[in-house]
Design a protein around this ligand. Structure first.
Ligand code: HSE
Length: 300
């Protein structure tokens, strides 16, 4: 049996739309076992009962890309998914599925795939490199691509930095919310985001958390998405008042992520409670950044 662990991710971090993403210590586990014939897919945890358990399953579809490329197909395959990452909340569950499927399939058929090849294959399927790259590589990743050329680098994170993630009990489709975003932005808004994205990366690298309030502001996507989340502004303010250094939408939402080096329990409580006051049931998770990306846990 092959077992692969893949972290959750939070993309954008405010200003880094489609360029910045960070892995979190919350994981999906993908297990592949060869069986004599057929396809069996079992899902436990997040998404159980909702995710496809047939050839349409995203983990399986990702695996098929690798099998087809390698010219290999197991006689039969059992896939067991033990999911810790909430689905459809902006925590990279699709990226995790795609990366998990690719790596498990690569191990099953013994084919060689470089990190660069895995990134390209996964991005072609999932389309969000700011989730894919940290899911594969761990840590905070800056990602840029032009045509087929991929460039990335990892940013060192300060010790003691944690995230508090408030996860509402409703889902939002990344594709649908992207359709609400403008196709053109003003130079003023572009400059607003460039400055803050640069500030954010430098501040995290230096451990200067005092500027994160400004550094996590954004004009490119949050103003258009946040209106779809009841209580968004109140939750952000409450988290800041409780001691969060900076707060942003996690990926396309609806989860909201706060970065904090203190008071995480209090921040978690006030974010959940403020959502509740706005009529939204939410849970709060306190998660450290995951320095490791996807990795094989065991091969039996
Ligand atoms: N950068 C992507 C977006 C991430 O905001 O649409 C999707 O999780």
């Amino acid at each position: 049996m092959i077992r692969v662990q893949v972290p959750a991710t939070t993309a954008n971090l405010g200003p880094g739309f489609d360029c910045l993403g960070m892995a979190l210590e919350l994981y999906n586990i993908v297990e592949f076992s060869k069986i004599p014939r057929g396809l069996i897919i079992e899902v436990e945890g997040e998404g159980a009962g909702n995710l496809a358990c047939n050839e349409g399953n995203l983990v399986y579809r990702a695996a098929r890309q690798v099998f087809d490329r390698a010219g290999y197909m197991p006689a039969g395959l059992r896939i067991r998914l033990i999911n810790g990452i909430p689905v459809g909340r902006g925590l990279g569950s699709s990226a995790s599925a795609v990366i998990g499927g690719i790596i498990a399939a690569k191990m099953l058929c013994g084919t060689d795939l470089s990190k660069r090849e895995i990134l390209a294959l996964a991005c072609a399927m999932e389309g969000h490199p700011d989730n894919i790259a940290p899911a594969l590589l761990g840590g905070l990743v800056i990602y840029a691509s032009v045509d087929d050329e991929i460039t990335w680098t990892k940013v060192d994170l300060p010790a003691g930095l944690k995230t508090v993630v408030a996860v509402p009990d409703f889902t939002m489709s990344t594709r649908d919310t992207r359709e609400t975003l403008p196709h053109m932005v003003t130079m003023r808004d572009a400059v607003f985001n460039i400055g803050r994205a640069a500030l954010l990366v430098a501040a995290l690298q230096k451990g200067d958390l005092s500027v994160l309030g400004t550094a996590m502001e954004d004009k490119l996507h949050q103003p258009f998405r946040s209106g779809m989340i009841p209580g968004y502004k109140k939750v952000v303010s409450a988290a800041r008042l409780a001691g969060a250094r900076g707060v942003a939408l996690s990926g396309a939402g609806p989860a909201i992520i706060a970065l904090a080096d203190n008071n995480q329990e209090l921040i978690a409580e006030v974010m959940k409670e403020t959502f509740r006051e706005s009529g939204v049931n939410a849970r709060s998770l306190i998660l450290a950044p995951s320095p490791v990306g996807a990795r094989a846990l065991e091969v039996i």
